[in-house]
Design a binder for this molecule. Structure first.
Ligand code: COA
Ligand code: AMP
Length: 633
């Protein structure tokens, strides 16, 4: 296969291109039409196709003699254990769990919220939903009850699936109190709750609608795969947008299956029988696509990792796993590599392991800084492939594609567009820009299969957030430029989304929460650079007249408030009292300038700025308190 030929074909004749790719997955009924528009005018793929995603992931492989092959390798650095599920074992567990859901009345189209740590039962629950045509919505276990409740209110699930606890560094986090709190906040409670008891902490269950996972499994009967339509939703995954309300990204069954199968080979160069590892929590898109669905649809073994790259027990854990499970390709956020470098900069732990089966390191989720790229390239001796995508689209849009044979790697670039994605750079008026010119990163419609058809319950927001900026283009929210060879460079978000340790969060949401503090008159939260986590949020607060709360006290309270409402993952540690926020004359807060200042970058003072004195004040504060990379010692 040749990249240039395939890319050209995908843009000139998308229906022919994707029809061929669609033949690679086992449909019950092959689609009647490849690309259509629905009654709302949104593009849809594979109309008339009938399938079941769980069948494609499990039963199909068992039927084809791969039942004894490893499907999921659960490696828990937290527990120091490994448990491998073959395709036959995983199919049977999933069919039983699907039987429980079915018996309790969950049917095609019902929603099920999954709020779990990285235990294999989380993947079993996801696949069980897919098996009976229910729509799962996984909520990252690090989110606080408030966040969970927002998602429950929007998805209105029939059931919630959880576990008794998660484990962080030397800390057990009981989940049941978090769920109970979330349920006390929602408008409509799920009908029942199934909870997996873990040995390190048992939760108290009460009433007949709180069900013990093991008890239910002991009496369960297997459920068969239910035929669904290509356009039926497989899952909803909430992601941060530019307001406090997260966006419910819908993934349909048909486009998703084709995108998963295609990308596993074409982008990741990993095929049936080989071992793939996406070291992401299943609460994020990477976990959905490349820890669960992608590797299984492709017949690979997927490493399902519970833990952190460091201190569990040390910074050699990733390399131990690559050796032990013969991992061919690893996908991580650069922050994980930075955490390893911090503890093992000379790679002494790494040298203890045999990485001879390892072929590729893929990084995405945030910018890969050159120090991390250089270290990984040198130490691992494999190509380090920085690639780019978003929750909205399920699979890479810009990637140096291993399946076509890698093209030269250019450090700092996320490489060229993946077939099916006509990525362009445009200016504010939608004019397409040439090489070297920085602008908005957009993608010409239609997006490739697997991309979201719309947002759950919110077509209006789908149109406004993504389609209304530039006619005929999908607005990614990122800025960037490309070079003469069509290699792209991402310069960062142009909106209020930040990426903290690979977790996508919204600064607007943090602003909304900070603004609820009784002493706060006005505030701004910006994401500034952070050596380990890539970005971190910093709040700037103007107090109400007459308020006498001290800087220290306010900061403590706001830190606690964000932890309570969003969760510790927000990494909100700094809130600064200022006299005024730097604003333009029209009243717009100059977030970009604040960010640049904290990052120690140069910036032009806009002529419209109302009060440059505020910036000096802020600069002094940042310096004095060592906030921001530029001032970190
Ligand atoms: N449940 C509950 N709490 C959680 C949690 C979860 N699932 N995940 C994180 N937290 C908490 C942590 O305990 C920590 O709390 P603390 O402030 O009380 O210590 C806080 O949230 C921040 O966690 P995290 O961002 O994970 O930071 P860390 O210092 O614990 O670990 C890294 C740093 C870099 C090792 C870790 O973030 C990491 O491995 N990141 C990679 C993520 C990734 O690969 N994502 C893939 C997406 S492409
Ligand atoms: P998420 O939806 O969590 O995958 O986050 C998507 C966002 O992460 C993108 O819009 C980018 O801002 C950022 N991102 C993802 N991959 C990269 C990358 N390789 N380089 C720079 N930023 C990236």
């Amino acid at each position: 296969m040749n990249y240039q030929k395939e890319f050209k074909e995908s843009l000139e004749n998308p229906e022919k291109f994707w029809k061929e790719k669609a033949r690679e997955v086992p449909w019950y009924t092959f689609p009647k039409k490849i690309l259509t528009r629905d009654e709302k005018g949104f593009f849809r793929w594979f109309e008339g196709g009938k399938l079941n995603t769980c069948y494609m992931c499990l039963d199909y492989h068992v039927e084809n003699g791969r039942g004894d092959q490893a499907a999921l390798i659960y490696d828990s650095a937290v527990l120091g254990t490994v448990k491998t599920f073959t395709y036959a074992e995983l199919r049977s567990q999933v069919a039983l769990f699907a039987g429980i859901l079915k018996q309790r009345g969950v049917k095609k189209g019902d929603r099920v919220v999954i709020y779990m740590p990285m235990v294999p039962e989380a993947a079993i629950a996801m696949l069980a939903c897919a098996r009976i045509g229910a729509i799962h919505s996984v909520v990252f276990g690090g989110f606080a009850p408030h966040e969970l409740s927002i998602r429950i209110d929007d998805a209105k699930p029939k059931a919630i699936i959880s576990a008794s606890c998660g484990v962080e560094f030397q800390r057990i986090i009981p989940y049941k109190p978090l769920i109970d709190k979330a349920l006390s906040l929602v408008e409509q409670k799920p009908e029942f709750h199934i909870l997996l008891q873990r040995s390190m902490h048992q939760a108290e269950l009460s009433g007949e609608n709180e069900i013990d996972w093991d008890d239910a499994m002991a009496n369960a009967k297997e459920a068969d795969c239910v035929e669904v339509d290509a356009h039926d939703p497989l899952y909803i995954l909430y992601t941060s947008g530019t307001t406090g309300k997260p966006k419910g990204v819908i993934r349909d069954n048909g486009g998703h299956a084709v995108a998963m199968k295609y990308s596993m080979g074409a982008s990741y160069g990993t095929y049936e029988g080989e071992v793939f590892w996406a070291a992401s929590d299943i609460g994020w898109q990477v976990g959905h696509s490349y820890t669960v669905y992608g590797p299984l649809i492709a017949g690979c073994a997927s490493v399902f990792f519970e833990g952190k790259p460091v201190r569990m027990p040390d910074a050699g854990t990733f390399w131990r796993i690559i050796e032990q499970h013969r991992v061919k390709a690893l996908f991580v956020a650069p922050t994980a590599i930075r955490a390893i470098i911090k503890e093992d900069s000379e790679g002494k732990l790494l040298k203890k392991y045999d990485l001879s089966n390892f072929r590729y390191l893929f990084v995405a989720g945030e910018r890969c800084d050159s120090a991390t790229f250089d270290w990984a390239s040198k130490m691992l001796g494999v190509p380090v492939i920085d690639h780019w995508w978003q929750t909205e689209v399920t699979s890479p849009m810009l990637c140096n594609m291993a399946g076509y044979g890698l093209s030269p790697i250019k450090p700092g670039s996320v490489s060229r567009p993946v077939p099916g994605y006509d990525v362009r750079i445009v200016d504010g008026n939608g004019k397409v820009l040439g090489p070297g010119e920085e602008g908005y990163v957009v993608v010409k419609l239609p997006l490739a299969p697997g991309s979201f058809p719309t947002l759950w319950n919110d077509d209006k927001r789908f149109r406004e957030s993504y389609l209304s900026h530039f006619d005929g283009y999908y607005m990614t929210g990122d800025g960037g430029y490309r070079d003469e060879e069509n290699y792209f460079y991402i310069t960062g978000r142009i909106d209020d989304v930040i990426n903290v340790a690979g977790h996508r969060l919204s600064t607007s949401e943090m602003e909304e929460i900070v603004a609820t503090h009784p002493a706060v008159a006005e505030c701004a939260v910006v994401g500034i650079e952070h050596q380990l986590k890539g970005q971190r949020p910093v709040g700037m607060v103007v107090l109400k007249d007459g308020e006498t709360i001290s800087q220290e006290e306010l900061e403590k309270e706001l830190v606690a408030l964000i932890r309570e409402k969003i969760g510790a993952i927000a990494f909100f540690k700094t809130a600064i009292i200022v006299n005024r926020l730097p604003k333009t004359r029209s009243g717009k807060t100059l977030r970009k300038i604040i960010r640049k200042m904290a990052d120690g970058q140069t910036f032009d003072m806009p002529s419209t700025i109302e009060d440059p004195v505020t910036l000096d004040e802020l600069r002094e504060y940042l310096k004095k308190n060592k906030v921001g990379m530029a001032f970190d010692s």
